[in-house]
Design a protein around this ligand. Structure first.
Ligand SMILES: [Zn+2]
Length: 445
């Protein structure tokens, strides 16, 4: 999994980079494509060193070998813990036979409790202890922030969050797809998170599960996050071009005055459509919209009024568009079902869910892409899949057709067009420039 970008960087920063990738898991899981299998193997090799690599001070937590030796003489041990599924700090302390009184004191520190309690699988903790007594704890909160807690003989525990300034450097990359988007992204030196983002930007126009062709190509300008010359991670895509089956799409990122950013075509049309192309990351369409279908369970001719997306049990299901939850509960053959009311007298329906998203309630509002539930096979279903319906003014439509016709998001208003052009024209000029050499990200260092 080594890419041209990381090849030449020192070992410590490469590990950090991977630690940064772990933090991107949430994003990755959403954009989804191939993500889980790609991310998993990197967790173990990162576990041992990543946290230590950021430190420069002289604490036993962070210091290199000689100080570690000193620490050993003082009876201190250092453990790196990778957080597992369902882990809590309490469990970790019990497992390591560390003092629970120390844990209670840690958690009583101002502002620390949230940073400590919200553990995610794959997170790293570094603990320094002498017997059952905790001497220090360190956790990387983000690429730029590290929480450090030390025992102080006078004051008990003292915590602070160390922050480093990140420099955002635009770099470009390009690639041609032969086998998969991810292989092409890797060949161009892109982190999976950036490839993911590329697919997300164009997801309204290109179905990355079904439409990709060998020979499709992309160019992308994205931010690298650097500190003291070292690349620590990646930021946002600033501009991108994707050619699918001979048709070229372009996108530029524009940051509005309120700080929110969105992607537009070069002439200011919104890339976002009213409805997602599919509300779930599916493996195949197991049944299309069909007014005369033999029902697989009932074995009678019954209209199939939606699309079935086969996907593993537990795959997140997303609101296809923004709207109000009209129903959340059990309904006959649908099993666990969510219905969302949208503008234009449109209702979308999501059936056979294994469970609902936490906090989802009838009458609540959802944004496009919000998780509303998880794929299952409740009600009349022969296997786990999402049954998805699209109803306009009481009439069932073929979702795949209706969604394609959906209204786009708001374009760039005339009042901000000058600013839009000023922000985006330099990026487009760069996209038009000579193609970057292979492994360009490296050359730009
Ligand atoms: Zn169905």
């Amino acid at each position: 999994m080594t890419t041209p970008t990381t090849e030449a960087t020192p070992r410590s920063s490469r590990l950090l980079l991977r630690a940064g990738q772990l933090a991107c898991c949430a994003l990755v899981a959403w954009a989804g494509i191939y993500a889980t299998s790609r991310m998993a193997p990197t967790t173990t090799d990162v576990a041992m060193l990543a946290v230590r690599a950021v430190d420069t001070d002289k604490s036993p937590l962070s210091a290199p070998l000689d100080a570690a030796l000193e620490a050993a003489q003082a009876g201190l041990s250092q453990i790196e813990v990778r957080v597992e599924r369902n882990d809590t700090l309490d469990r970790i302390f019990r497992r390591l036979e560390l003092s629970l009184t120390d844990l209670a004191n840690l958690r009583a520190l101002e502002g620390v409790r949230t940073a400590l309690d919200r553990l995610r699988p794959g997170d790293l903790l570094t603990l320094v202890h002498r017997g059952e007594e905790l001497v220090g704890l360190e956790r990387q909160l983000s690429l730029s922030q590290t929480l450090k807690i030390k025992r102080d003989e006078q004051a008990g525990f003292v915590a602070n969050i160390e922050e480093i300034a990140l420099e955002r450097v635009p770099v470009s990359a390009s690639g041609v797809i032969e086998s998969s988007l991810f292989m092409a992204g890797m060949g161009a030196g892109l982190k999976d998170a950036t490839t993911m983002q590329l697919a997300e930007i164009f997801r309204w126009d290109v179905d990355f599960m079904l439409d990709l062709r060998s020979g499709d190509s992309f160019r992308v300008i994205y931010e690298q996050l650097r500190h003291e010359g070292k690349t620590l991670g990646v930021g946002d895509i600033l501009a991108a071009e994707f050619t699918n089956d001979g048709k070229t799409y372009r996108a530029v990122r524009y940051q509005h005055a309120d700080g929110k950013a969105d992607y537009y075509t070069p002439d200011g049309k919104n890339l976002r459509k009213a409805f997602l192309k599919s509300p779930v990351q599916f493996s195949r369409i197991s049944s299309v919209f069909n007014p005369r279908r033999r029902h697989p369970v009932l074995n009678t001719i019954r209209a199939h009024k939606g699309v079935d997306y086969a996907a593993p049990q537990g795959t997140p299901v997303r609101a296809a568009g923004a709207g109000k939850v009209r129903f959340r509960g059990v309904k006959g053959g649908y099993g666990n079902v969510v219905e969302i009311e949208h503008q234009g007298q449109i209702v979308t329906r999501y059936g056979h869910l294994s469970r609902f998203a936490k906090g989802l309630a009838s009458g609540g509002r959802v944004s496009q892409g919000d998780v509303i539930g998880y794929v299952g096979m409740t009600g009349l279903a022969t296997g786990p899949h999402l049954h998805f319906e699209f109803v306009q003014r009481g009439v069932h439509m073929d979702p795949q057709v209706a969604i394609r016709r959906g209204e786009p998001g708001p374009p760039i208003a005339d009042s901000i067009r000058a600013d839009f052009l000023a922000q985006t024209e330099p990026l487009l000029a760069r996209l038009d420039g000579p193609p970057p050499a292979v492994g360009h990200a490296l050359a730009a260092r």
